[in-house]
Design a protein around this ligand. Structure first.
Ligand SMILES: Nc1ncnc2c1ncn2[C@@H]1O[C@H](COP(=O)(O)OP(=O)(O)O)[C@@H](O)[C@H]1O
Ligand SMILES: [Mg+2]
Length: 262
């Protein structure tokens, strides 16, 4: 047995749904002591353990709780019950645009975002050229990121996140935006991360890249852990396996676009 990297024990995270009601409806509901809100479990009693260096493909339909689970692992959110334990430094891209300031330039945002991800200024300066080269935003480096296209925004975010020295890298549908050459570059970089012995948690609908990148698949269904096992069996489980080729690289679900998780 290796070192445990992530331990999730009976983790549950509930959200409150508030319905839009008229003032009259709310008054009537209050008088009748009816609830005008409803809670549901976005992550429901989920347990699994990840060893350091494992590469997990996290799959499931939209709304099944994948992003919420990553936020629990990342520590942005706490579970209402259960436990989430992680070992080492965590980086990744789980909410595109988080840590970016629209009025600052790409250059300034690299420093800001790197600091948010726990990098020192010296470390950022050392890696700055690599980050800029990876983001490949050219002359827009000194323009405010508020004017960037969603693709450029994603490139900058990924470029910073991937250059943080971490033990765990979380990638939430990072490849949903960006063009094909960039997706290819991200996949290669994530393979480097995996081959370097870091733990990788990769949310994707693309069977091809999950197959390439991961050695285990976890599937969520309505917040519950529905599958935890081998990659081929996991992909079969979610029924994404239509025998697709590299073509699918260009067709990752586009409905989880930039900002969808902010
Ligand atoms: N901050 C939040 N407040 C209320 N509901 C939320 C919040 N974040 C996510 N949800 C809901 O929780 C469910 C799971 O969302 P999410 O984890 O984003 O799923 P996925 O990433 O698998 O698409 C969805 O129904 C979503 O609408
Ligand atoms: Mg999501």
């Amino acid at each position: 047995m290796g070192t445990q990297s992530i331990v999730v024990e009976n983790a549950t995270k509930s959200f409150t749904l508030r319905y839009h009601r008229t003032f009259k409806q709310m008054t009537v509901a209050a008088l009748r002591r009816q609830d005008i809100s409803d809670t549901f479990k976005a992550v429901d009693d989920v347990s699994f353990t990840v060893e350091q260096g494992e590469s997990i493909g996290l799959m499931g339909l939209n709304g099944s709780g994948k992003s919420t689970l990553l936020k629990l692992i990342n520590g942005i959110m706490r579970p209402d019950s259960g436990r989430v334990l992680t070992r080492g430094r965590i980086s990744g891209l789980i909410a595109t645009g988080a840590g970016f300031h629209p009025q600052l330039t790409g250059r300034e945002n690299i420093y800001l975002n790197a600091a948010v991800l726990g990098m020192s200024e010296a470390e950022t300066s050392r890696k700055f050229d690599d980050i800029v080269a990876f983001a490949d935003i050219g002359k827009f480096l000194d323009s405010p990121v508020g004017h960037y296209s969603s693709g450029m925004f994603a490139r900058l975010g990924f470029a910073v996140a991937i250059h943080v020295d971490s033990d765990i890298f979380l990638a939430d549908e990072v490849l949903a935006v960006g063009d094909r050459p960039f997706k290819q570059k991200c996949l290669e970089k994530m393979q480097e991360v995996r081959d370097g012995g870091r733990t990788l948690f990769y949310v994707s609908h693309a069977a091809g890249s999950v197959r390439k990148m991961c050695d285990r698949v976890i599937v969520l269904e309505q917040g519950r852990l529905a599958f935890d096992g081998g990659v081929d069996a996991g992909i079969k489980f979610v029924k994404y396996d239509g025998g697709e080729t590299e073509e699918e690289l260009g067709s990752e679900d586009a409905d989880e676009e930039l900002g969808a998780d902010i």
